[in-house]
Design a protein around this ligand. Structure first.
Ligand code: SF4
Ligand code: FES
Length: 472
């Protein structure tokens, strides 16, 4: 068992693991000591000098990110001496920092702004010109660099060295000319590059997708789960419906990691089309869909998506298995919902909730067709009607084959090719427009919450299934 030590921070007794730093122990206890370079998952190079504290018995201030907590240590982070040291470090960071705040996209969530207002507020004595460096340098598909704003904390270079292990960035030059830049010949295009905008404590690395879309103080945050793959990373969905700040009708501004430190780019940027190609209005009353289903129940196949919530899967099973006694299902993710995976976060199945279906027997007692066998059944006339939930068989099987069907019903948030061919279209909510639960590949059940109002006639999938069943 790890030994515990007790030390004092600003008059308060704190417990720490032996060897843990004062800064980390304070952060665990919810006490903020200013810092830039330290990051829980990236280490503590001790270069920004923002975390200086006064330590009883030592003549000079110490950096708390490299100071191990030990029994009886007395630390002050709020004393006049500690504050003077922190303010001087901040002043040094701001010596060459451009006065970009009114036009900087980091405004409102910038570490320099926050600390200046929190512990700075000194009167600047700087009379010299500021040093200039490269502005608006596109590093890759998602990130843009403004060298002038960089405070050389090295979080970004440590991220590409330790986490993505892709090594695209380095610190070049010496002294006054020191700057973060791309390694010659490289592009910042690793599958986790979007995290750099999150970890950069200032406005030096910003997100190309998000910048200048909306000021951060117009955003609402909702706890959610990323539906991009079967890992189901906890995320915070940042939405905005306040005009004129929501650009081009986009309500979902960005996704940020929550609980975990990182998010992959596929998850982070996979939903920039969130509000496009939406289904909109119901094409016919549910009673008409119901009677079509009854007529075709013997030659019906159902194609379902692993994007359904646990609540949706339950209502799905009740309607199609228990009530309509459908025999043919296709719910495996092949080949339209699979991609690449790695050891960090990304999973091969690009849908969040295959496990929720498996828990109800889909994939075990209830076998899945393959796309090939479904195609053969349609071609051979054994399947003459198809109910599709949020998938696009027209893309996998081809539109020509789907024209053979007597009945095609499509349910989902977006039209896709199949929605365009369907006789009946049932608009469903997307994950941010409903409450629900996903079960990830490890069997962990996680809740996600509604962040936005549904568009058009969209309703949660489970509600559509339950309403169809109620009238049968
Ligand atoms: Fe730190 Fe940002 Fe500069 Fe990288 S670009 S060294 S993260 S301030
Ligand atoms: Fe301690 Fe940067 S956080 S020196």
């Amino acid at each position: 068992m790890t030994k515990k030590v007790t030390f004092t921070l600003d008059g308060k007794a704190l417990e720490a693991r032996e060897g843990q730093t004062v800064l980390e122990a304070a952060t665990d206890a919810g006490i903020m000591i200013p810092h830039y370079c330290w990051h829980r998952s990236l280490g503590n190079p001790g270069n920004c000098r923002m975390c200086l504290v006064e330590v009883e018995g030592t003549p000079k201030p110490q950096v708390s990110c490299r100071l191990p907590a030990r029994e009886g240590l007395v630390v002050k982070s709020l004393s006049p001496a500690a504050k003077r040291a922190q303010t001087s470090a901040l002043e040094l960071h701001l010596v060459d920092h451009p006065l970009d705040c009114p036009v900087c996209d980091q405004s409102g969530e910038c570490g320099l702004q926050d600390y200046y207002m929190g512990i700075g507020r000194y009167v600047s004595v700087l009379r010299e010109d500021k040093a200039h460096a490269k502005k608006r340098q596109v590093l890759g598909p998602h990130i843009v660099l403004d060298q002038e704003r960089c405070i050389l904390c090295t979080r970004c270079t440590r991220f590409v060295a330790q986490i993505s292990k892709s090594h695209e960035l380095g610190i070049f030059g010496r002294g006054h000319n020191e700057a973060v830049d791309l390694v010659p010949g490289r592009t910042l295009d690793n599958p986790y590059s979007g995290n750099l905008a999150d970890i950069c404590p200032v406005g030096a690395l910003t997100d190309r997708d998000f910048r200048f879309q909306v000021r951060v103080w117009y955003l609402d945050e909702t706890e959610s789960i990323c539906p991009g793959c079967s890992r189901g990373c906890p995320i915070s969905a940042h939405t905005s419906t306040q005009r004129p700040w929501h650009n081009k009708g986009r309500r979902l501004a960005r996704l940020k990691p929550r609980v975990l430190d990182w998010l992959c780019d596929e998850g982070r940027y996979g939903f920039s089309d969130f509000d496009s190609d939406r289904l909109g209005r119901l094409t016919a009353p549910l009673s008409e869909v119901r009677s079509a289903l009854q007529t075709h129940r013997d030659d019906l196949a159902v194609v379902a998506s692993g994007s359904l919530s646990n609540e949706d899967w339950k209502a799905f099973k009740s309607l199609f298995v228990d009530k309509l006694k459908v025999k043919r299902f296709l719910f495996t993710p092949e080949p339209d919902q699979v991609g690449s995976e790695d050891e960090l976060l990304r999973r091969r199945e690009k849908v969040p909730n295959l496990e929720g279906g498996r828990a109800l027997g889909f994939g075990t007692e209830i076998k899945s067709l393959t796309w090939e066998s479904l195609g053969q059944d349609i071609a051979g006339g054994r399947v003459r009607s198809l109910y599709v939930v949020d998938r696009d068989p027209a893309k996998v099987l081809g539109e020509k084959l789907l024209h053979k069907l007597e009945l095609l019903i499509y349910q989902g948030p977006r039209m896709g090719k199949t929605g365009g061919l369907a006789r009946y279209r049932l608009p469903a909510t997307d994950w941010l427009e409903e409450n629900g639960h996903f079960t990830n590949f490890q069997g962990k059940i996680q809740e996600y919450r509604q962040a936005l109002k549904p568009l058009g006639d969209a309703r949660p999938d489970w509600k559509i299934f339950a309403d169809l069943e109620a009238g049968l």
